[in-house]
Design a protein around this ligand. Structure first.
Ligand SMILES: NC(=O)c1ccc[n+]([C@@H]2O[C@H](COP(=O)([O-])OP(=O)(O)OC[C@H]3O[C@@H](n4cnc5c(N)ncnc54)[C@H](O)[C@@H]3O)[C@@H](O)[C@H]2O)c1
Ligand SMILES: O=P(O)(O)OC[C@@H](O)[C@@H](O)[C@H](O)[C@H](O)CO
Length: 431
């Protein structure tokens, strides 16, 4: 049976789109801590695609167990920050929530693919903002929490592009709506049946929607909140003027490292991040990548070393079963910020491409070429998997990858040649 709420349900003052595991491990946890410290901010969370999370959570009063899983043990707690959950397909509740003057914040976790031109997230944000404009409810902060650089700017530009035909609405958005960019960090894998059984044993509650996460967490935000916000500092969130250094540190070290482990690891028959970093060849390749990627990071050596030391421990936490197949999805959207941007930073300093950077791109090419047709989870990749399968030589495959991810770099013959070399040796190793 669902445990009773310890405190009264908080009034809804935050809306969220994308009711996945990460929202519940991160923004909802920060909001919980802000409420524990005396705040009164409830979240109305809307599913992005499948209604399943809303169905399961509504059946348990929007409560769920968050387990902080360290290398030594599990610390479960019930999170009460969600006041309501909704199937995002129902537009009336969405519009009414965003149009409510009590609601001052709209957070988003809609995956990298959710920001692709033509994806539905921007249209849904605009739909909500139009209702708020019509209701005269005043400004609101839209807070993107996906792994993209300048994520607030990206969603703002997409929303404004769609709003352009309605000049009054576009002007209102430009002047009253704040788009906040954030760096978010907390490794949170998809929950498994084994996790659900373990939570039942730990808590005695048959929670159908627990979330497992690591103890480490970080949230850095840049932007304004015209209608207030929870005191997320209670959980350690930091507000800064310039988000870019923090985004780069995280995307170029953690997320790039994850992509390396995913594509190389899957080719080597590994399943999870911890299994992959336990493989000496992959661990060496990861260290090489980090040495290449730290060029252009706006932090001194001590700060980079501190981040890397934490990452070595975090990745090695075998009790967090972070599946490489989950990380490997949507490479067409993830590899630009994770690998191509750092490569551009090296080129700007007159340096050659890094071998491990080229290796990630080569391993991705082979991942796409060797995954069974129809099983590739990357809507943005279009016909690239088929073209990679048909390509006759490593050089052809390398050229396809660079053309798809970085048309501005197709003239970098050194990069294309290095990726081709890495593809050739990977093909040799896995033939
Ligand atoms: N899981 C992590 O460790 C982690 C850490 C940092 C950041 N993130 C960010 O959070 C995102 C979600 O991660 P998660 O673990 O919650 O994944 P998840 O698979 O549990 O949830 C993904 C959510 O995104 C929604 N979504 C997908 N496409 C959408 C679209 N086009 N429009 C609207 N909603 C859409 C889905 O409905 C779902 O609610 C990641 O893609 C990443 O950008 C995740
Ligand atoms: O969540 P994605 O799909 O952007 O990427 C997969 C992982 O690299 C990512 O989720 C990390 O675990 C996360 O960014 C850690 O904070």
């Amino acid at each position: 049976m669902t445990p009773p709420r310890r405190s009264a349900r908080h009034p809804v003052r935050v809306a969220h789109l994308g009711l996945g595991a990460f929202h519940r491990a991160h923004q909802a946890w920060y909001t919980q801590l802000a409420n524990d410290a005396g705040g009164d901010w409830g979240i109305a969370a809307f599913t992005g695609r499948s209604p399943e999370a809303a169905r399961v959570l509504s059946a348990q009063d929007a409560l769920y167990t968050l387990v902080e899983r360290s290398a030594d043990g599990d610390a479960p707690r019930t999170i009460e920050a969600l006041s309501r959950v909704h199937d995002g397909a129902g537009r009336a509740a969405w519009r009414a929530t965003i149009a409510d003057p009590q609601v001052g914040v709209l957070t988003l976790t809609v995956t990298e693919a959710g920001y692709r031109p033509g994806a539905s997230a921007a249209a849904r944000v605009l739909d909500g903002l139009a209702a708020r404009h019509a209701a005269g409810a005043g400004g609101i902060a839209v807070v993107s929490c996906d792994n993209l650089p300048r994520n607030g700017d990206v969603i703002r530009d997409a929303v404004l592009a769609l709003a352009a035909p309605d000049a009054a609405l576009a002007t209102w958005i430009r002047t009253e709506v704040a788009f906040v960019s954030t760096m978010v960090d907390r490794i949170t894998p998809a929950t498994t049946d084994v996790d659900r059984a373990e939570v039942r044993r730990l808590t005695g509650w048959d929670d159908a929607a627990p979330v497992i996460t690591e103890p480490f967490t970080e949230w850095v935000l840049a932007g304004t909140f015209p209608a207030g916000r929870p005191d997320w500092e209670a959980g350690g969130a930091r507000f800064v003027a310039d988000i870019e250094p923090f985004e780069r540190r995280k995307l170029w070290l953690l997320n790039a490292g994850h992509s390396l482990l995913a594509y190389h690891g899957l080719l080597r028959g590994r399943t999870t991040v911890a299994e992959a970093v336990a493989d000496p060849a992959l661990r060496d390749e990861l260290e090489r990548l980090w040495a290449e990627q730290r060029v252009g990071l706006p932090f001194d050596d001590a700060a980079v070393e501190e981040a890397l030391a934490a990452l070595r421990d975090r990745f090695a936490n075998a009790r967090i079963e972070h599946r490489l197949a989950q990380i490997a999805t949507d490479g067409s959207q993830k590899l630009g910020p994770r690998i191509l941007d750092p490569l551009r930073a090296r080129f700007a300093e007159g340096r050659p491409p890094g071998s491990a950077q080229a290796g990630v791109l080569g391993a991705w090419a082979l991942h796409l070429a060797t995954t069974e047709p129809g099983s590739v989870r990357d809507a943005g990749a279009g016909d690239l998997p088929a073209r990679l399968r048909d390509a006759r030589t490593p050089s052809d495959r390398a050229a396809l990858v660079v053309a798809a991810l970085a048309p501005d770099l197709t003239e970098r013959t050194d990069l294309v040649a290095l990726i081709a070399d890495r593809i050739a040796s990977l093909q040799g190793a896995h033939a």
